[in-house]
Ligand binder design. Structure first.
Ligand code: ADE
Ligand code: ZN
Length: 336
């Protein structure tokens, strides 16, 4: 398969952070428009300050988000970011996109959590109207924050479930922050009928993946370290828990991959674990859905059957309603 074929295929992005996926040009414009008192201290041009020096730890990587989060404190900026993300994804034939972000990080200029989510939903809906793309929104609690905060996000997700919010997640630094701290938030989301995906085993800690499963995760964000825990790997395989793999990001952050061909995703694929391929942060990792899928195809010499399996796994794993999933699966079968 060549890159042009990958570009043409209908694609899916189930793991994409809004604050990590701004256009570089939008970063510049929003930065210039920011009153100097609202600008976090940086050295050098802002376009460079948002690019982490990779490889690095997850904690170092997350420093870049101080800047993008500061740019997203107004409804217009949030709406624009979501719209542009939908437009950029659609331009490379992403037909279904789940956008995630942490609403409580966007309250510095007086927006309410509800207004933050409404602004993102409005931008995503505008992209859906203009381009052939469907979207869903996942709300994130932050692992390092007090559990009351993640519980508030989970309640918000439940309230906005019929408006386009499809899931709940926990993001942020992993080391030293077990998911169990946020068991109450997770319970609220699940009891309220909101889908659950959890970052786990991204930058460390295979044991976090077992913990995520114990807490009811339907999907695992990353799961790079899964192979280090054979019992949990068997469990993921038996339960057919989809992994949201983000190849470039994993290479930059995981600390255990020298090149993409070291990535355990091929092992997981061969074991029959549902593997999905996603961007994570289009801005910080300077990537796109085509780039991510193409890098994987190149690194492992995947053929059309394996690509089809990955794309169908994405549809199966998606938090979209059943009629949308049927239509998306049909699009893949027509293309491959
Ligand atoms: N927020 C943005 N990118 C993230 C990642 N890769 N892991 C955890 N939190 C994040
Ligand atoms: Zn992530």
């Amino acid at each position: 398969m060549d890159r042009a074929t990958i570009e043409r295929l209908p694609k899916f992005d189930l793991h994409c952070h809004l604050d990590g996926s701004l256009r570089p040009g939008t970063v510049r414009e929003l930065w210039d428009a920011l009153p100097p008192g609202e600008r976090p201290p940086i050295s050098g041009p802002v376009e460079e300050a948002v690019l982490p020096h990779v490889p690095c730890s997850l904690e170092e990587f997350l420093q870049a988000f101080r800047i993008t989060v500061a740019l997203l404190q107004r409804a217009e900026a949030l709406e624009r970011a979501a719209y542009e993300l939908g437009a950029d994804a659609a331009a490379e034939n992403v037909v279904y996109l789940e956008i995630r972000f942490a609403p409580l990080l966007h309250l510095a200029r007086g927006l309410t959590p509800n207004e933050v989510v409404e602004a993102v939903l409005a931008g995503a809906k505008r992209a859906e109207k203009e381009y052939p793309i469907r979207t869903g929104v996942i709300l994130c609690g932050m692992r390092q924050e007090p559990p009351e905060r993640s519980a508030a996000v989970a309640r918000l997700a439940v309230r906005l479930r019929d408006r386009g919010v499809v899931g709940f997640d926990l993001a942020g630094p992993e080391r030293g922050f077990p998911l169990s701290i946020h068991a109450e938030a997770i319970r609220i989301a699940r009891d309220g009928g909101v889908h659950l995906t959890l970052h786990a085993g991204e930058g460390c800690c295979p044991e976090h993946i077992a913990e995520a499963l114990d807490l009811g995760a339907e999907r695992i964000g990353h799961g790079v370290y899964l192979f280090q825990d054979p019992a949990t790997e068997r469990r993921v395989r038996e339960l057919r828990i989809p992994l949201e793999i983000c190849p470039t990001s994993n290479l930059q952050i995981s600390g255990i991959l020298r090149t993409l061909s070291d990535h355990p995703l091929k092992r997981y694929l061969d074991l029959g674990i549902p593997v999905t391929v996603n961007t994570d942060n289009r801005l910080m990792s300077r990537t796109s859905s085509t780039d991510e899928l193409w890098r994987v195809v190149e690194a492992f010499g995947l053929g059309p059957d394996e690509v089809r399996t990955i794309l169908l796994s994405s549809v199966d794993a998606s938090f979209a309603p059943e009629p949308v999933r049927r239509e998306l699966a049909h699009q893949i079968r027509a293309a491959l």
